[in-house]
Design a protein around this ligand. Structure first.
Ligand SMILES: *Cc1c(COP(=O)(O)O)cnc(C)c1O
Length: 500
């Protein structure tokens, strides 16, 4: 493709994307295709001779778009939002266009230095502890506790990972390095290492246990409060004591701020104190909810971080207007992370690395190669400013609270809890139906709503009951979309004669 051809098709593609976002409401939110339908529209064999780009764009509309679930549709309320925005798309496009591979500082210094700076910015925007910043918060002399909590000269910093799942895997590897003095990395898993989660912790922790060789059987599940679903620090303490006495080496505790199921919040200060007593790494997973801390009124979610957290992750690719993939991971001490993941083969040796003056982000992640993801985050933060980011979060939270109010006022529905963030969990009461049938009715209601194409929501099970999850937070979602969704839910729920 010549630069002129690129220019021509590039403009078409930008127009296509702008048109798509303009008319996104005309699509059914959830793709209605059957399994195999998209594949059936594609040729069995690749073309022998190159084709024009027009042919591809035509097939995009004809074959691909019917198989798309429109995550950016304002009626998309499933899972958690996966925000995109104009500046993020453009930043991502620039990253593709520049086409670098940022594995080492030397392979493009700007890729590393922009990422470090932008994550320092984000740490400041979220009011994270100064020791998570690459300079311990000392650049403007404002460091409150620069140098790390144990005064051991620890230097922290942030890195962009592809996902919160990778962030927790990387945190576990760093924690293993610290707990085992590097033995696990060098000699393999020779002892019984243990991880601590709750029933509400994201499934990526168990996956990481399998990947690291710690083993799913060594993931200890701490009790939760039956009502709030928050981890019980006393039970955590008991499990740690029991495991240590039995000769196991506790490696990492994962506390969650905003669980995936219901946005429950683990008591990080109390969990942190237990972690410190037992010398265990505390990872805080705030994949979805962490973004809320751009607003001062949400800074309380950072409680305990300053004193206790060894690592913290949040996903700008969920609620902070930045295209997937962009997970921000910070560590309070980069040394165990680098110790766990650094290998220097001859072909990667270079003077910058040897000088020790630079960050080589390949040592902060699983893979060697990495994209220039900082560009899109930089682009988002500059375009919106702190003010714009706060407004986005507040809009989502406000709409969720409105919806919660309507649910609370409707005698036919039960609100699980007042929403803290943008997720509202609720269910029809199905008065007169036994629990099991009521749960089945809730699921069938959800399936009918999703099949309608007007909205898309998902479900969870909490306190023993099936709940609908309606997550607000897409940048295109405004008041009328939430109102319409609520009307649809009520209408559709009324279609089922109670007691059949
Ligand atoms: C969404 C989520 C994850 C997983 O995020 P990915 O980036 O998709 O891996 C992890 N933890 C929590 C609490 C989440 O909500």
């Amino acid at each position: 493709m010549t630069p002129d051809e690129f220019r021509r098709y590039g403009k078409q593609v930008i127009d296509w994307i702008a048109d798509y976002h303009e008319k996104i409401e005309s699509y059914p939110v959830l793709s209605q295709v059957r399994p195999g339908e998209v594949a059936a529209g594609l040729p069995d064999h690749p073309p022998e001779r190159g084709e024009g780009f027009d042919a591809l764009l035509a097939d995009l509309d004809r074959v691909i778009m019917p198989g798309i679930t429109h995550w950016q549709h304002p009626g998309f309320f499933a899972y958690f939002p996966s925000n995109v925005s104009g500046p993020a798309i453009l930043g991502d496009l620039l990253s593709a266009g520049i086409g670098i591979q940022g594995m080492l500082w030397a392979t493009s210094p700007a890729c590393t230095e922009l990422e470090t700076r932008v994550l320092d910015w984000l740490a400041e925007l979220l009011d994270l502890p100064a020791r998570f910043r690459s300079d311990g918060g000392g650049r403007d002399g404002g460091g409150r506790d620069g140098g790390g909590r144990d005064g051991g000269g620890a230097v922290g910093g942030g890195v962009i990972q592809d996902s919160a799942s990778s962030a927790c895997l990387v945190a576990i590897l760093a924690a293993l390095e610290r707990a085992g003095g590097g033995a696990a990395a060098r000699a393999g898993i020779a002892r019984r290492y243990t991880l601590y989660v709750s029933s509400q912790t994201h499934s990526s922790l168990e996956k990481a246990a399998r990947i690291t060789g710690i083993g799913a059987a060594n993931v200890r599940v701490v009790d939760v409060d039956p009502v709030t679903l928050a981890m019980d620090p006393a039970h955590l303490d008991a499990l740690l004591t029991e495991d240590t006495a039995a000769g196991a080496v506790p490696v990492l505790v994962c506390a969650t701020v905003g669980t995936t199921s219901t946005t429950a919040i683990d008591p990080v200060p109390e969990i942190g104190a237990v972690c410190r007593d037992h010398g265990v790494w505390l990872h805080v997973d705030a994949a979805y909810a962490g973004a809320a801390a751009v607003c001062p009124e949400f800074r309380w979610i950072n409680a305990g971080m300053e004193e206790y957290a060894d690592s913290y992750a949040t996903n700008p690719h969920k609620w902070l207007l930045t295209n997937f993939d962009c997970t921000a991971l910070w560590v309070a001490d980069r040394q165990p992370l680098i110790g766990a993941l650094s290998i220097l083969p001859e072909y990667l040796r270079n003077t910058a690395t040897t000088s020790g003056e630079v960050i080589d982000y390949r040592d902060w992640q699983i893979s060697l190669g990495r994209r220039f993801r900082a560009l899109k985050l930089w682009s988002v933060i500059r375009w919106y400013g702190a003010e714009g980011l706060r407004e986005h979060i507040r809009t989502g939270v406000g709409l969720a609270r409105d919806l919660a109010g309507w649910i609370r006022d409707d005698p036919d529905f039960e609100l699980f809890e007042d929403p803290t963030f943008g997720l509202v969990c609720f269910r029809p009461r199905w008065e007169g139906l036994p629990d099991e049938e009521a749960d089945a009715a809730t699921l069938s209601l959800m399936e009918r709503l999703n099949a309608s194409g007007d909205l898309y929501l998902t479900h969870t099970k909490a306190r023993g009951r099936v709940l609908l999850r309606l997550a607000v937070g897409g940048p295109a979602t405004v008041d009328r979309h939430v109102r319409t969704a609520w009307e649809r839910v009520r209408q559709e729920a009324g279609q089922v004669p109670v007691g059949r």
